[in-house]
Ligand binder design. Structure first.
Ligand code: PLP
Length: 455
């Protein structure tokens, strides 16, 4: 039998193709957040998913080893490609987002990079708005071009005429955040998906800010969903991680994506004289298989089983945490609206904003726990507020159980060109908050004293 899968490649078939079709199989979201992807019987009856801290797994016999390496039986052999703890997380997140499979990776940026490169590799183009997380903009603006992948940025991703004008024969993907960070601008995903699909282009959505509890992009046409699980999904600021989830609906054989239709040794059976491309071998799983077999296996940004375990614990309380944070974020935004020295509040969840129709359509449970506001005065006032708060931690993160504060122009969006920053409202007077699980009255009192002292 051919052995075109490396011996160190876990298989693989790797049990992570939760072909659900529906978001949570037959379960409610809260039930799936606790149970999906885990069978106690398969893990020594352990109630909680164990941490499989093992680099490699016994392949048991030469025959089974050959089948594993060929990807013809399921199981684990090497943790750079698949690990049992990580596989539970992958299946759970695929179930929660309504995908057919997922690959967990070491960080949100690994998820963004792998998904975009996998779609656009070999000289493709991406269309994207500029109001994205700073490292994503930097990657597309100045780094991916070094690999021959270019991005056509648009001012307003909800302006379909502007997006359509950028579509070219080599456009492969449209990439956007469902809720932009830090503006909380809402993506009008349904018509964008329709436009993309009319042209045979994949829609890739970074769903980090709302988490699947508030929004599931696949239900509205997304082909690929990525997350920084570091944020709301893990929810306690204790593990960097990311995930790529495949809806399993996109036709990668439509002529725009030669990487899926070109035969490759790694998925073929040389000894039997059988040639395969990712599309011919894996069908509707071609994308997520390519992410694992080419990207994870080559670049190696693998999720550790320990981080997967922390993320699984965090997921169990996702609905409770996010519901409470949405309520508190709304209360804080209401306070800021009437607070002295606050010139503007950005929180699309406030109900009476220009995007309220989109919020009503896509976000019945709220838009999330981050918001931002513009202070009057200068950057000195921003520094005073940041230095003056006592409950908020000054860190470049979101989605933690603790409330967080940051000045995006200097920190999280520092590498974004000024023109894009200003267009996205990321001025030097902007402060971003991520609301945690504390009592909202305490957070408001803390902000109030810090703002008053800053003037
Ligand atoms: N996407 C969004 C929307 C983010 O906010 C971040 C980080 O802040 C990332 C991706 C990158 O995630 P990570 O820090 O886990 O690499």
């Amino acid at each position: 039998m051919s052995n075109n899968f490396d011996k160190d490649q876990a298989t693989t078939e790797c049990n992570n193709t939760s072909s659900t079709g529906s978001p949570y199989r037959d379960q409610s979201f809260a039930t799936a957040a606790v149970h999906a992807g885990y069978e106690q019987l398969d893990h020594g009856d352990a109630a909680m998913t164990p941490i499989y801290a093992s680099a490699a797994f016994n392949m048991e016999s030469a025959v089974r080893g050959d089948l594993l390496a060929a990807g013809e039986t399921s199981g684990f052999s090497y943790s750079r490609v698949a690990n049992p703890t990580v596989a539970v997380l992958e299946q759970r997140l695929a179930a929660l987002e309504g995908g057919i499979g997922a690959v967990a990776v070491a960080s949100g940026m690994a998820a963004v990079s792998f998904a975009l490169l996998c779609a656009a590799e070999g000289g493709g183009r991406i269309i994207s708005p500029t109001n994205l997380y700073g490292a994503s903009v930097d990657a597309m603006e100045s780094f991916f071009p070094q690999f021959g992948i270019h991005t056509d940025f648009v001012n307003n991703i909800n302006d379909l005429d502007e997006v359509a004008a950028k579509i070219r024969p080599d456009t492969r993907a449209i990439f956007a955040e469902s809720v932009a960070n830090p503006s909380t601008d809402i993506l009008d995903i349904e018509p964008l998906a329709e436009l993309a699909h009319r042209h045979g282009i994949a829609l890739i959505i970074d769903n980090t800010v709302p988490t699947p509890y508030l929004f599931r992009p696949i239900e509205f046409g997304a082909d690929i969903v990525v997350h920084s699980t570091t944020k709301g999904i893990t929810g306690h600021g204790n593990a960097i991680g990311g995930v790529i989830i495949d809806a399993g609906r996109f036709d990668w054989t439509n002529g725009r994506f030669p990487q899926f239709t070109t035969p490759e040794l790694v998925v073929s059976d040389e000894r039997a004289g059988i040639e395969h491309s990712f599309a011919s071998r894996f069908g509707r799983e071609a994308f997520i298989r390519r992410v694992r077999i080419k990207y994870l296996r080559t670049f190696g940004a693998v999720a550790s089983p320990f981080n997967a375990y922390l993320t699984l614990i965090g997921l169990e309380t996702l609905p409770e945490r996010v519901s409470r944070q949405v309520k508190s974020a709304t209360a804080v935004a209401e306070y800021l609206r009437h607070a002295p020295h606050v010139a503007k509040v950005n929180y699309s969840g406030l109900g009476d904003t220009a995007q309220s129709d989109l919020v009503d359509k896509y976000y019945p449970r709220g838009v999330g726990q981050i918001l931002s506001f513009v202070l009057e005065g200068t950057e000195d006032n921003v520094h005073s507020v940041i230095d003056g708060v006592k409950l908020f931690s000054y860190v470049p993160n979101i989605g933690d159980a603790r409330s967080l504060i940051v000045d995006p122009a200097r920190i999280t969006h520092r590498e974004v060109p000024e023109e894009y920053r200003i267009r996205g409202g990321v001025s030097d007077q902007l402060i971003r908050l991520s609301i945690g699980l504390e009592e909202p009255e305490d957070l408001i009192a803390d902000l109030d004293q810090a703002i008053r002292r800053a003037y």
